[in-house]
Structure formats: C-alpha cells, structure tokens
Design a protein around this ligand. Structure first.
Ligand SMILES: Nc1nc2c(ncn2[C@@H]2O[C@H](COP(=O)(O)O[C@H]3[C@@H](O)[C@H](n4cnc5c(=O)[nH]c(N)nc54)O[C@@H]3COP(=O)(O)O)[C@@H](O)[C@H]2O)c(=O)[nH]1
Length: 805
C-alpha cells in the first residue's frame, strides 16, 4: 500500500494523472452510453462497451507507463499487447453481459465489476511482464490486492448506479465511477510494480518473488471476487427479503383497494390484486401470464396496450370487463408505468368498476329525457326521436304523423279538485292514450296537459285521423278522482311528415297550430294542419295584442238592446260589448269575446262592462233593469260576488235592477260552486237569468236546482217556432214548465210579427229581438229609457185621474 502512495505522489507527473483521468472519463462516458442506450441491440451494446473499455484501458496503461519510466527506451511487445487487448475486450464484454443480464442483482453487478477489474489488471501485468523479460517483475502484493478490490468495487458501483431506478442522474455518476476505475486500475497496476532499485532485494526474498504476477492477479481477483461476492450475496439476501416484504406490503395495499389492479409487461399479466380476481372471477394463477386484452370485451386502445414507455398517467379509458358468467362489467381503466417490486418497469392498470356510476348516469339521462310524472318521454326525448323518424321517413319515403294533443277542461279539474287529483288525471289520461297506440307509436308529454303522439308509419292521413277519433273517445268515460267523477276532453292537431315540414320543430309547430284551430272550433275536435292556418293564428295573435291595447286605452264601448214585457213596455236593456277598431271597423263580440275568454282578458273586460252598464243604468230615472252577460271565466273568480257588490255600491244602482245572464256551460264546470254563487248573488238582491236555454244540454235539472229568476230561450229556437212544429213544441214546453217552477221566460231573437204574436199568445213574459229593437248606442238607449219613464209617468197620471174621476 505504501508503495502505491509513493508511486502516485512522487513518481508520477500531475500532467499524466490529468491526461489519464480526462481520457478515462471520455471513454467511460462512451462506454456507459453504449451500455445504457436502448437504441442498440444487446450484442452491439456489449461489443461497443468492450471496444471503449479496451481503448481506454490500453491508452491509460501506456500513458502511465511512459510517464512513469520516461528515461527507458521501451518497445511495445506486439503479440503480448494484442493478447492483452483481446483479454481486456473479452472481460469487458463479460462484465457488460453480467450487467445486462435480465435478472440483475447486486451479485451480478459485483461480478461485472470484478470481471472488468480483472481484465484491466491482467492486461496491464501481462504487458509489463513481457516488457521486463528476461527480468522477473517485482511488485507489491498488498498493492495489487488493494487495486483489485478498489477497481472491482468502483466498477461495481458504476454498474449499480447505472442500473438503479432510483438514481437521479445515473449515466453521469456511472461515467464518473467508470472513469475512476479506468484511471485507478492502470495507475494502480503500474504503482504496484516496485522501483528497479528494489528488484534485487525482492528477488532475494522468495516470499514475494516466487509468485508469477499473472497468478497473483488471478489470485487477488479470486480473493476480491470471494470478498465482494460474499458481501453482495449478503446484500442480495437483504434486498430480496426487503423486496419480498415490500411486495407483501404492496399486495396488502393493493388487495385493500376498491379498484382492480393488473401489473403487465407488454400485454402479459404478471400480477393482479384480489379485487380484479373478484371482478373477473379468475384466481391469481389463472390471471398470471394471461394476455391482458383477453379480459376485456372490446380491445383496449393502443395507448393502454403499450402501457410502458412513459410514467405519465394516461387519460382513463372506458371498457367492458368480462366478469363471472361472461357478464359485461363497465369499467374505467387507468394505465401508468412504474418500477415494479423487482425494480423492472411494468404497466399498472387500475380497473375501476363503474357499474353504479353508469347506472346513475343512465338514470340522469333518463330523467333528462323523461317526464317524472307520467314517465313518458319529454320534449327533449321527443325531439330526438322525431328527428330520427323524419330521417327514416326521408330515406324510406314512408309518411309519418304527428298528433298534438291538449286536454280540454284540465284546468278546472286542477283548480277544483287540487293538483294531486290533476296529477292522477294526467297519469290516467297518458295510460288511456297509450292503450290506443301500437308498439311502434310514440307518446310524449310536453308538460302541463300537452301531449304528442308520433305515428312512425302511416299509409294515409286517415290512419292518423282515425286514431285521433279513438283518442277523443277514450276520454268519454269519467275519471274517478277523490270520490268525484271528472271529465276532460282533448283537442287534437294533426301534422303529416314530410308533407307539412322536414324538421322536428316545423312539424311540432304545425301540429300545435292545428291543435289551436281545433280548440278554436270548440274544443274536443280534431283538426288537420293546412297551409294558411298559421296565418289565422298570427292574425289571432295580432287581434289579442290589439284587444289588450283597446282595453287599456278604453276604446271599447257598449250597445244596449231593449227587452219588452208582453204588454210592450221596456223592462230592461241588455249590455252588449262592442269594439270599434280604428282599422278593422266594428269588431263583433262573437270574434273578440271568445278570444278574451281564452286569454283571460274577459275578467277585466267583463268588470269594465258591468261597471259601465251599471253607471249608465243608474242615470235612468225609470226602474228599467240592466242585463249583463257573465262569462264562465268570470264566474270562476273567487271574489265575483264582492266585485258585483262593490260595483253596485260605487254606481249607486239598486241590486234589483241588475240582471246577470249566465249560461249552462258555466254551471256545468262546478255545480256546487255555481249554486253557491247564484244563491249568494240572489241573496244580495241581484237577479240571475239562465241564458241561451235550449242549446247545450238544456238540462231541466238546472232549472229545478238553481234559484234563477228567469230563463232566456235561445234565438235558434225562436227562429223556427213559426215553421217548425217541433221547435214550437219545445219552446211551449219550456214556457209551461218554467211558469210551473215560478220562473219568468224571455224569448230572444224575435224577428217577425208572427213569432211575436205566437209567443205573446202563449204567455211568454219578455221579448227581445231585432223586430222590437236592435242593440243601440248609449245615448239612444238612455233616451229610450227616459221616454219609457215619461210614458210610465203619463200612464200613472192617467190612471190616477181615471180613479179620481
Ligand atoms: N260575457 C260577455 N258576453 C258578451 C258581452 N257582450 C256580448 N256578449 C256575447 O257575445 C255574443 C254576441 O253578441 P252580439 O253580437 O251582441 O249579439 C247579441 C244580440 O245582438 C243578438 N240578437 C238579439 N236579438 C237578435 C235577433 O233578433 N236576431 C239576431 N240575429 N240576433 C239577435 O243576440 C246576442 C245577445 O245574445 P244573448 O247574450 O244570448 O242574449 C252573445 O253571446 C253575447 O252574450 C259581454 O259584455 N260579456
């Protein structure tokens, strides 16, 4: 050892150390690069490594030799150098092979280091022995041994560093360690040779000189190997135990997760946790060495299959795993590359069962596309299906039909029996509609009381119209709701594809327009879409806007039509709303009253008519009454009685001079409520008349049950009484029956003298009609009322004078 220090510190030039070190570093860097590069095949890697080491070893050796003994004229022993070069190359290749062997352990790494150290030292001493011939080379045994151990260790560390997955800059540090090896071994080998002055002493000392240097190298290498491999084995055992513990720890962890874990090399499964065994129904032995794609229904993506190459976490992939009994399990797979317990890279596949998530997603999707009350598809679901139907019908040329349905009278059920009953009704209606459909037909609820039916294929439009009739009929039977019989009807609009449109929106709009037409035609109707219908609706929309404006600007007016007693005296005036439109002229109530009814404008309009008519009537000095029509919507107002009372109070009109005309339809919607209202109004002194009697149901029960003051026989009957005996029989019966029930009878629509005399002759109490007086403006009516009052006063005076006389 002492010899080594002397050599390094006093017999060597610093410049030589530097040259050797720099060159060794360069060659070491190349050698490490060849060893670590994945670009080369194994054989190429080994050969390139061998070449780099041989060049570095020989160059370092000769550089050290010439700088150590510059005064000697050395010659290069060619065959020996060649042999040394071959041995050095062979041992470098052996060490590279040990390093690159698939099952790398500390032991193999140390063996690689020892092989390289042996190669370098052996070559150095072989050349030295050859150079000094015929003299015997004198050396320091302990120095040789130390150099061998140090060289083997440094080289072993270089390999260990290079192969360590945890190292931060493995190539750099491995290059430095290998450079040190390539420096230490030639320098150390040279340093182990004793100075010439000591050679004779050594020769005379049999202990040291009797060993051949090659034998010593081999022996020292053998000792180094035994020593280092012993340590390596010890470390290997510890590492193996640690790895086993780590493996068990990881397995426990892996088994404890909710996710299935697969460890793969390439596509081969090398390990799997408990969860994936449960998910696949395969035990670990069956799973190991199996091809990973075989576990899935659909082949995993290339990215997942090539799971190696990057430690990046790939985007999760959704696949179907083949579960026990070939059950398909929806899974989400995350792939990541990492060093497995053996230190080698492996792809880890985390397989997450997403059955519940999928079910939840499916449920959310279902909710998004379905109506929660009836479980029918909603507008979104409908539009998707309708688009498909249109596409199919476009491709195949078949016709389809779209039916827009809106319930009639649903609001009344909702308002009177409550929303719960309304919900039950909607469900039952949906069930009744469904019963009328074929499997291929499609029923959806758009919300409220609106439904849509799609008939995917129809031969002619009659198929759709016939179904529409069946749908009308299926609602005829009453619905049992909270112990009540409830009735609803339906208005149906029919659109035909592709005739009426080529998009879902267009066809739905056409069905909707046709449905509105059906409503306008009196509800409970079926209406087929026709071009121009939308123009009607637009016109109606414009009219509605105008009516709102006219109401707010007070542009409406009232005409008054007189009613006469059978003696010819004016008993009342009926207030009839009129709309003098600035552009359209006088719009008749037949056009705007139904519109006001549908839009709810009838409520302010009716109140305005009542207030205005009462105000006017209150100015008349006579006791002539004022008759005002009440619409069904007004009748549903909770505060109707209060409203009427306050108008009478405001205008100062006596209640007995107000006559409210109600129709049968108004009573039918809620008999109990209607009876309560009529009774209440009567109690407050207001008279109530049943209007339009003879049309509608003409239920005699109403006459009997309701405390009406009078009955107005509809003009459609009065029209016919002189030429239709049946019509007269009915009118005559109504007069007789009403009188028996102590009700007065008014005949409306009298246009001829014959009609008047017939009615007068049979005791009709009151007459109204164009023959006697048309509806007239307020001024005319007021003048007439005043005249009537004067006549009455004159008559009164005449009677009094007659009595006095
Ligand atoms: N809720 C409200 N309804 C109202 C109001 N104002 C009018 N109406 C209702 O509009 C309908 C049409 O009314 P109108 O065009 O005014 O017709 C009335 C009379 O002009 C008509 N009539 C009267 N006599 C004759 C006749 O001899 N021949 C003939 N062809 N028509 C005649 O009858 C209508 C009055 O009918 P009725 O109300 O049944 O007494 C109409 O239904 C009005 O009720 C309003 O403010 N509110």
């Amino acid at each position: 050892m002492e010899r080594l220090f002397t050599f390094l510190l006093s017999e060597q030039h610093a410049m030589s150390h530097l040259t050797v070190t720099v060159f060794a570093f360069l060659c070491g860097t190349f050698a490490i690069r060849f060893l670590a590069s994945a670009r080369f095949r194994l054989k190429t890697q080994i050969i390139l490594f061998g070449i780099a080491i041989t060049i570095a070893g020989l160059t370092s050796f000769f550089d050290t030799l010439w700088s150590s003994y510059p005064y000697l004229s050395w010659h290069i022993p060619e065959p020996t150098t060649a042999i040394a070069a071959v041995v050095m190359f062979a041992m470098a290749c052996v060490s590279a092979y040990f390093y690159l062997c698939p099952k790398r352990t500390i032991k193999t790494v140390i063996l690689a280091g020892c092989a390289l150290a042996f190669g370098l030292s052996f070559s150095a001493f072989t050349i030295l022995v050859s150079i000094v011939k015929p003299f015997v080379l004198a050396y320091d045994l302990s120095a040789v041994l130390s150099v061998m151990v140090l060289g083997s260790t440094l080289c072993g560390f270089a390999f260990w560093e290079l192969g360590s997955p945890a190292a931060s800059r493995p190539r750099f540090f491995a290059s430095i360690l290998l450079a040190l090896t390539l420096t230490v071994l030639p320098l150390g080998s040279m340093g182990s040779v004793l100075p010439f002055g000591e050679w004779m002493t050594v020769i005379q000392t049999p202990d040291s000189a009797s060993f051949s240097p090659i034998g010593v190298i081999a022996l020292s290498e053998f000792i180094a190997i035994i020593f280092l491999v012993g340590i390596a084995s010890f470390l290997d055992v510890r590492v193996a135990v640690a790895q086993q513990r780590e493996g068990e720890r990881i397995r426990h962890l892996a088994d404890g997760t909710f996710e299935g874990l697969l460890i793969c090399r390439g596509t081969e499964i090398i390990d799997a946790n408990q969860r994936i065994q449960e998910m696949t129904g395969l035990d670990l032995t069956t799973l190991r060495h199996r091809d990973m794609p075989d576990l899935f229904v659909t082949p995993p993506s290339q990215q997942m299959l090539s799971g190696g190459g990057s430690a990046a976490l790939f985007a999760p992939e959704q696949l179907e795993l083949i579960g026990p009994g070939k059950r398909r399990i929806p899974v989400e797979v995350l792939t990541r590359e990492m060093a497995y317990v053996d230190g080698q890279p492996a792809a880890v596949l985390a397989v997450r069962d997403i059955t519940e998530r999928k079910a939840a997603e499916e449920h959310i999707r279902y909710l998004a596309l379905h109506d929660s009350l009836t479980s029918l598809p909603n507008r979104r679901g409908l539009e998707m299906v309708l688009s498909q139907v249109i596409e199919t019908s476009r491709q195949s040329g078949v016709q389809s039909a779209i039916l827009g349905l809106d319930l009639d009278g649903f609001k009344a059920v909702n308002d009177t029996l409550g929303h719960h009953a309304g919900d039950i009704l909607l469900k039952e209606v949906a069930a009744r509609f469904q019963k009328q459909l074929r499997d291929s037909d499609y029923l959806a609820r758009l919300g409220g009381d609106e439904f849509i039916i799609i008939l995917r294929t129809i031969r002619t439009k009659d198929d759709a119209l016939q179904l529409a009739k069946r749908l009308l009929a299926c609602l005829w039977q009453p619905f049992k709701l909270s112990g009540h019989d409830a009735y609803v009807g339906v208005s149906i609009g029919v659109a035909i594809s592709p005739r009426d449109g080529d998009s879902a929106q267009m066809l739905l709009k056409c069905a909707d327009i046709a449905m509105y037409q059906a409503k306008l035609h009196g509800k409970g109707q079926v209406c087929e879409f026709a071009a121009g219908m939308d123009a009607d609706l637009r016109e109606r929309h414009d009219l509605e806007l105008d009516l709102r404006g006219a109401l707010s600007r007070g542009e409406l007016t009232i005409y008054y039509q007189p009613l006469f007693s059978s003696a010819g005296k004016i008993t009342a005036f009926e207030a009839l709303a009129r709309w003098p439109h600035p552009e359209r002229g006088m719009i008749p109530p037949d056009r705007f009253i139904p519109l006001a009814e549908e839009t709810g404008l009838i409520v302010p309009l009716g109140e305005w008519v009542l207030r205005k008519a009462c105000t006017v009537a209150a100015t008349w000095s006579s006791d002539i009454s004022i008759a005002v029509n009440l619409s069904p919507t007004q009748f549903q107002r909770i505060d109707l009685v209060e409203m009427v009372s306050s108008v009478l109070k405001e205008t100062g009109l006596e209640p007995c001079r107000l006559e409210l005309e109600v129709t049968e339809s108004l009573l039918m919607e809620d008999m109990e409520k209607a009876l309560a209202l009529v009774t209440d109004l009567r109690k407050r002194g207001v008279r109530v008349a049943l209007d339009d009697f003879g049309t509608g149901y003409s239920s005699l029960a109403y006459l009997h049950n309701f405390p009406f003051d009078k009955v107005k026989v509809d003009r459609t009957f009065i029209n016919k009484i002189t030429n239709d005996p049946n019509a007269w029989t009915i009118v005559e019966s109504i007069i007789v029956m009403s009188h028996k029930l102590k009700l007065r009878v008014t005949a409306e629509g009298i246009e001829t003298g014959a009609q008047l005399s017939l009615l007068q002759g049979h005791g009709c109490d009151e007459m109204q009609g164009f023959l006697l007086g048309r509806p007239m403006p307020e001024t005319d009516a007021s003048r007439m009322a005043e005249n009537e009052s004067k006549t009455a006063r004159k008559d009164h005076i005449t009677v009094v004078q007659d009595i006095n006389a």
